[in-house]
Structures are given as structure tokens and as C-alpha cells.
Write a protein of this length. Sequence first.
Lengths: 105, 551
Amino acid sequence: MTSPLEQKKIKIAGPSVVTANRTWDGIVVYRTAAKGWSAELSEAAIVRNSDEARALLAESIADDVGAIGPYIAPVQIGEDGKILPGNLREQIRRTGVTIGQPAQV
Amino acid sequence: MYAYDEIDRTLVNERVSEFRDQVKRRLSGELTEDEFKILRLQNGVYLQLHAYMFRVAIPYGTLATNQLRALAHVARKYDRGYGHFTTRQNIQFNWIKLAELPDALEDLAKVGIHAMQTSGNNMRNVTSDQWAGVAPGEIEDPRIWSELIRQHTTLHPEFSFLPRKFKIAITASDHDRAAIKIHDIGLRLIKNEKGETGFEVLVGGGLGRTPFIAKTIKHFVHGRDILSYIEAILRVYNQYGRRDNIYKARIKILVHELGIEKFSREVEDEWRQIRNSSLEIDDEVIEDIRSRFTYPSYEKLPHMPDELRQAAADPDFEAWRKNSVAPHKVQGYSIVTISLKPTGGPPGDATAEQMDALADLADKYSFGEIRVGHEQNLALPHVAKRDLPALWKALDKLGLATPNVNLITDIIACPGLDYCSLANARSIPIAQELTRRFANHELANLIGRLHINISGCINACGHHHVGHIGILGVEKNGEEVYQITIGGRADENAALGTLIGPGVKFDEVADVVEDIVEAYLALRERPEELFMDTVKRLGVEPFKERVYATR
């Protein structure tokens, strides 16, 4: 995973969010505009340029108790305004493994 | 089985209370993640894509039934009802909550299980042959020496802050089931001309982005000197190993850059200084460890019991027996490999129900003992031949009697992009598709021994370099692409596979493997010529031509 420090110089190519894992249970969360964390991508704060991304990431890193390993991840905005993951990794993080889990088969 | 002494039990229990306090301080904010990370890693806790991952050690692959039940309990109570057996005799839980981890550790500590040496830049869980102590022709039980090294290295300061992780594997049989040549140190138990026990020592093996097969550094180190010799190697590594570049920090890079001769001289210099010291092992120490391993009271049983003779009429039983049952050192007994590679299933996964039921079967048929192998399968090491038919029926009901051990569907695969934060591509769905393609056991048997290994990134946790067919997933322009190698192997003749050509897309991988297999079937001179023999005889070109002729 790319560390936040490595991302300081990041130039985002499109709409992005900050994502991390919630500290107490590890689930995937997204930074919200209300300076909190949400398990729903639809509630994520969207950033559209490098300055906004850097600021949102800095704020996220400072909330070390809430979530760990924050980084900037690309998203796509659908025509209906729906936020969608921008790559396969983020798709898997949002919707879960692409395979059946043994205990559920 | 090995019985831990009071020192071990105290150590394990103290570690639980320490970690409970550390987690409490982390959740309160008293510890930052940077401060906490090394502490959680020392207890096998990683952060993966969806959750924390908890890796638990199964030293030298030996489990008692109460321990397997405890693992089932953790899977059920703290995770999602299953666990994943890895390529280094560990089990991983993928969905654990940090806040509940101390309770899980405490539950495991009650049966002597812990997560020490499963992560971090230290000496990792010492692995061994899953058939240790029962394999015919074995020099002696390698677990005694594995346990000696485990005791010496656990929390040893010299081995706790190494440049990178460090892995040791031990075998005592001619056929290497522990993959010692792809370890930082590989130990092969041998006897010298006086009949004394010692080791051929190999060093500098490893996979990852820069793979190397280990080289022999010393042809015989007496058993009494093995700790001092290992420590001498570690001292040289600690002194010269690269700490400035994570990609060059493993001992394999140091051995490669210094050359085995110079590295060997450095080790000899160190060894001279520490050889005749408290590190020299008294026979009593070995005997004390040996006495803590209990062995079953085997019955005197016939080589071919009536039950087995009668069951031979059932072709399904025979297919399983021929595939999964191996000779035991004691007449009338067998070693039974339990395939964790069902058709369409994730390799190495077992549900809590399967673990509990297998523990019951081990109590009934295997003197309460289970083994874990690096191929991500389990084994029952002491099954009376008369019990094989009943055991097979019970395993079949549990979905644990797939007769594919060592065949094309007995695939080693890392968790890949479905779970792992380091992965670039998925591994498990590739394995699942291949098990469906080759689900016909007659076809699989026609193909014969063929190992497929799949890794979802260059870190090579699926050991793709040493797969007869190796599959490496990478990411290219946002897409999963898979590079295919052939000709690798992880046994006593370990070798790295050769890349056959450009990478292929996710949807094409199973087709490519089918092409390679079809080419092999057409090219082999006789049915007994194994895939690896054909590759050795002809090289990769005929396979390359077949795969890329239409792509």
C-alpha cells in the first residue's frame, strides 16, 4: 500500500476520496466532509485537485485513532452523481472479495 | 505431539496480557499507529484490504486436536467461520477485529498456541516436513531440532530486529517436503560416517522479486554445533545485511553479492569465536526436547487388513487411497493427506465445522494429531490401514476427500487481491477456475504429478517461481495481467521456472494452462514421463510455441 508520505506529491487525475481502515475493527472507511469516517462510499468527501486532496489527507492522517493507513483513491462519478470506485482494488475493498467465502458456500 | 513446559506457557500467557494492554492503549489514542505497528506485527496482526489479518503459528506443522478445535473456535467467534492455511505452516484469519484480538489470543494461549514469529523482521516460525516422525527412511524426527531452534530464537535479541524477515526450514528425508532450498537457511538432517547426527546447511534461498535457490554453505555441521553455526550466519547477516533498501535486505542478496565463498569465510570467522561456548548443545538438552514429544503406542497390525482388501473393490475409495495415502514407518499404518483443494474452492481454506470434525476424526483415527504442510493441505499422520475405508467415508461427507494431492488441481495460491493489501492481481479466482477446468479426476490422473503455484504480486507468497507451472499476477495499465513460467520446482532438486512469454489477461489464464497441458500430453514420450521430465527434455520452446501460436 502506498504510504501517505509518498502521496504528498500526488497529482490527482480526477475525482478522488480518502480511504482508510477503521482502527478498532479494520473495516474500510471513507473520509467525510464532516471530518469523520463513514463505511459508505456515497458519504465520502470528493476532492478534485491536488491541494484539496493534500488537505483532506493531512486531516485524515491527524485522526489516527479513528482510522489507519489513509490514502487517496480515485473514484468515478456516475451520471446520476453516484460515487463509484475508480479501480479494481477499490472495487474489491468496497464490495468485498470476488469469491465465495467457504463458510457461506 | 510436543508438550510445552512452564517457561513456554508463562511466555505465551505474558504475551497475551502485554498485547491486551497495547491494544487498549492504541484504541484510547495513547499509542499512535506508528508506535503500535511493530507491536501488532510481533503478534501476527497485519492490516489487509478489508480488515486486520491475524496469522497464527503452527510450529513445524504439528497440531493437537484441542488446538485445531481452538482454531475453529477463533474462526467461529471472532472471524467469519473459516481460516486459511498458508505455505509456511501458519493459519490466517481474514476478518478479525483489533478490539477482539486479545480475547482471541487468550483463547489460543489456553491450548499453547500463539502468534509470535509470524510477522516482522525477525526469525519466523521454523517449518518442517509435515510427515516428520512418521516418514519411512527418515534420519530422525526433524521437529526436535525445529523445536530447539524455536526455543533459542524466540524473543532472542540477535534475531528480533534483523534487516528483514528470516525463515528456516528443516527436512530429514531424501525427498524434501519442506522446501528447504527456498528458505533463508535450509537444514537437511544427515548422519556422518561415524553415525553422528548433523546438518547440511544451505543459505540464501528465497523467492520474491529476486529469487534464488539456496546454496550449500557447509556439508556437515554436527548437531551439537547447529545453534552456534546458525548464530554465526545471523551475525554476518546482521553486520552486512542491507538495512537501507528493503528490496535488498534479505540474506539471499547478501549471499549473492558477497558470493558463497566469501560469505562462508565470514561465517567461519564468526563461528570460531562462538563455537565452543554456551551455544554448544548438551545431549541432555536434546533428550529433554525429545522426551517432550510423545509418540503413539502403535499396535502390531497386518500390512494388508481385510477392511482394506474389501474396500479396494470401490473405485472411488481406490482413487482416493492411491492419491492421498502414503506409506508409514510402522507396518499397518498410513499417512493420510487431507486435500484442502476442493473443486471451485479457495486453496487452503477450511471452515470451523471442517476443523472441528477433522479434530474428531484425528481423535478417532490418528492418535489425536494433525499436521499442516506447506502445500496448504493437512495430514493425519498415524492412521491404521484397517481404518482407511471408514476415514475416507467420513472425510467425503465433510468435503475433504478430493483425490487430487500432487495433481494439477492441488494448487498453491496466495490470498491475492481479494484479501491482500500488497497484491496487484487476484489469485484465488484463477485457482478456482483451474480446479473446475481439470475437475475430471481421470484427466488429472492422466496428466499426473503437476504443481501449479499462483501469486498475486511479485512478493511470491504463492511460490510461483517454483511451480511446475507458475502464475504471477501483475497490474498493467489498470488491468490484471498474468505471467506464466514453467519448469520450477520446490523439492530436493529445486529450480526456478522460466518465463514462456508475454503476460496474458485474467480470462485467458486457464486457457493458457490448458494449452500447456495439451502440449505436454502430446509431447511426452510415454505416460510415465512427468510434466517436469518433458520440460527438462525439451525446454520451454515447444510450450511457448503452443501457447502463443494463436495469441
